[in-house]
Write a protein that binds this ligand. Structure first.
Ligand code: ADP
Ligand code: MG
Length: 590
């Protein structure tokens, strides 16, 4: 007796359909993706009864021809793969020509579509994979696809559906994931006649606010990083907005939402030391990775992926988030990771360092003294006051100082020019002058931002005079210089009277400091500095920094190293020169 049967197509389709569409949200995802693939700029999703009775996606994309409108429901019908090569390239994107065939096998589907330039559109009605009717129809360009009575012929699946509220929350989540990576596309969601989302096209931040509320505008820091392995772009919440439950945590790779426990952990780890235990950040982060570095043996409908360079991605992502939180500490990075991954090795030939960008968060670490309290000069903040009943804030400072000392390894000065200090991953050689320039520059910029220049009024105003062109430039810069605490008044001709200046500039040096500043300003290029203040800060930092040839004490070195590592751009001086070189253990072995 023969026992083998060939399954009828309809049954095979139903089985396959279960893989693609396990619940209404699965169908929603496929239809939204098709609409985006069709180049739509407006996509409207309409559902009834959490998708049980109706899922309709209306797009203004390219539409389909009369015959494509029928063909699209055939298994392996796709316009997106032509050759086997393509398959390799886009496999991870899930183009397999299966979605519509699967959906048509388990629902009653109505397709209205019209191509741009065609006078008439087409209507196709298909039910349980059988074409019921096809006829010309007048309709707008684009496609409207209605999926009615999902699982009407698969009672087992239908019975597996959860309460409407649960199915609806899955649908909303699918829409959010898609909408977050495509802020340039307008989306709407209507459920049982009520508008759930009406998202205008915009940028990513506007999209986040459109979905989660306007308050997110204030809650987020931007994250951006570009290395050979990965480009990162997105937003993370400020530490004070972390919550006890994992809320909005969105990671996207090459435009698709993914779940990746290690990368999710990388983001959370960046908040360690900033938030209490078991509080979690919200984030919206997109990664661009070479698709060939992603393991393709992963089901495209799933959200799990594997990366070849997982370890490196982890480090880069964590470092990028840390930096955006303004508490990027090269020291911690170097202690726990392999530093090559963070592009701080020797610069390749022809490499022009990028314009250092100041992303200084004065509040990056509650334990460190505020910039306005620390002096510009190479001195140390006063010890925290000791009162018999310490207030919360002085306690915190005490603790901070302890932490600082405990974590500062001892330093060795070499040739009165370099500071050597041990890191877990080797030895850091730090150029003391460049490092100090970076520290002063960041402090100056932070003071400018907070309008708290550290200035002193002079008992005896000083008169300075300049060349004709310098005095012209100085006059132009007066408003900017005022922000640094300079009080300079023109006294006719090329003479100026100075009655206040930043505290750390000696009165006797004022003329030469300003001469140098004006000369630096004249020589500075727009490629390096975005605005006058960056150029002025760089010049002042260079002039105030401790010079090569100055002997430094142990404490001074430790303070400088700690200050440097607390700078977001610790690796370069304000003028783009390298501040730190790492000698790796492997090199030490040699
Ligand atoms: P895939 O997306 O993997 O190609 P689908 O079954 O989802 O497979 O779709 C089959 C084909 O139908 C697509 O390749 C595309 O040519 C066409 N199609 C589906 N939806 C739309 C749409 N909204 N607009 C235009 N064409 C569409
Ligand atoms: Mg598709």
């Amino acid at each position: 007796m023969d026992i083998i049967n060939i399954l009828p197509d309809s049954v095979a389709n139903q089985i396959a359909a279960g893989e693609v569409v396990d619940r209404p949200a699965g169908a929603v995802k496929e239809l939204l993706e098709n609409a985006m693939d069709a180049g739509a700029t407006q996509i409207d999703l309409v559902v009834k009864d959490a998708g049980r009775t109706l899922i309709q996606v209306i797009d203004n994309g390219c539409g389909m021809s009369e015959s494509d409108a029928r063909l699209c429901f055939e298994r392996h019908a796709t316009s997106k793969i032509h050759r086997a090569d393509d398959l390799f390239a886009i496999h991870t994107m899930g183009f397999r020509g299966e979605a519509l065939a699967s959906i048509a096998a388990i629902a009653q589907v109505e397709l209205h579509t019209r191509q741009m330039g065609s006078e008439l559109g087409t209507e196709v009605v298909i039910e349980g994979a059988k074409i019921i009717s096809q006829q010309p129809l007048s309709c707008p360009t684009g496609t409207s696809l209605s999926v009615k009575n999902l699982f009407f012929n698969v009672p087992a699946r239908r019975n597996f559906l959860k309460k409407d509220s649960v199915e609806m929350s899955h649908i909303e989540e699918v829409l959010r994931r898609v909408a977050l990576v495509h802020p340039d596309i307008a989306f709407s969601l209507t459920s049982n006649g009520k508008t759930v989302y009406d998202l205008k096209a915009g940028n990513m931040l506007q999209r986040i606010c459109g979905i989660f509320g306007q308050s997110y505008n204030e809650r987020l820091y931007a994250v951006e990083e570009a290395t050979d392995l990965v480009k990162i772009k997105g937003y993370v919440c400020k530490p004070e907005h972390c919550r006890k439950t994992r809320g909005e945590q969105y990671l996207f790779v090459n435009g698709r939402f993914i779940k990746h426990p290690a990368l999710n952990a990388a983001v959370e780890k960046a908040y360690i030391d900033l938030v209490p235990e078991r509080t979690y950040p919200s984030y919206f982060i997109g990664l661009q990775v070479d698709p060939s570095r992603i393991d393709i043996n992963i089901h495209p409908a799933k959200t799990e992926v594997k990366f070849v360079d997982e370890q490196a991605l982890f480090s880069i992502l964590r470092a990028a988030v840390k930096r955006s939180l303004g508490q990027f500490s090269l020291a911690t990075e170097l202690r726990f990771d392999t530093p090559e991954e963070f592009n701080i090795g020797p610069a390749p030939q022809g490499y022009t360092p990028q314009q250092p960008q100041l992303r200084y968060q004065p509040d990056y670490n509650p334990f460190r003294p505020q910039p306005s309290q620390t002096s510009l000069a190479f001195s140390f903040p006063d010890p925290p006051p000791h009162s018999p009943t310490p207030s919360a804030s002085t306690q915190a400072t005490d603790e901070g100082d302890l932490r600082l000392k405990a974590s500062s390894p001892s330093c060795l000065q070499i040739q009165e020019r370099y500071i050597a200090t041990a890191l877990r991953s080797g030895i850091a050689l730090i150029d003391q002058q460049r490092a100090h320039e970076r520290v002063i520059y960041d402090r100056l910029m932070a003071q400018l931002e907070s309008h708290t220049p550290d200035a002193q009024t002079m008992l005896f105003p000083v008169t300075c005079s300049f060349s004709a062109s310098d005095s012209e430039m100085l006059t132009e810069l007066l408003p900017d210089l005022k922000a640094y605490g300079f009080d300079i008044a023109p006294r006719g001709g090329t003479t100026f009277v100075l009655s206040a200046a930043p505290s750390d500039i000696k009165t006797s040096d004022l003329q030469s400091v300003l001469d140098q500043l004006l000369s630096d300003y004249r020589g500075s290029t727009m490629q390096r500095y975005n605005n006058a203040r960056q150029s002025i800060s760089a010049s002042l930092a260079r002039q105030m920094a401790v010079k090569a040839g100055t002997r430094l004490g142990q404490e001074q070195m430790q303070q400088l190293v700690a200050d440097l590592f607390a700078c977001p751009m610790a690796g370069t001086s304000p003028s783009g020169k390298k501040t730190i070189t790492i000698v790796h253990p492997s090199e030490l072995l040699k």
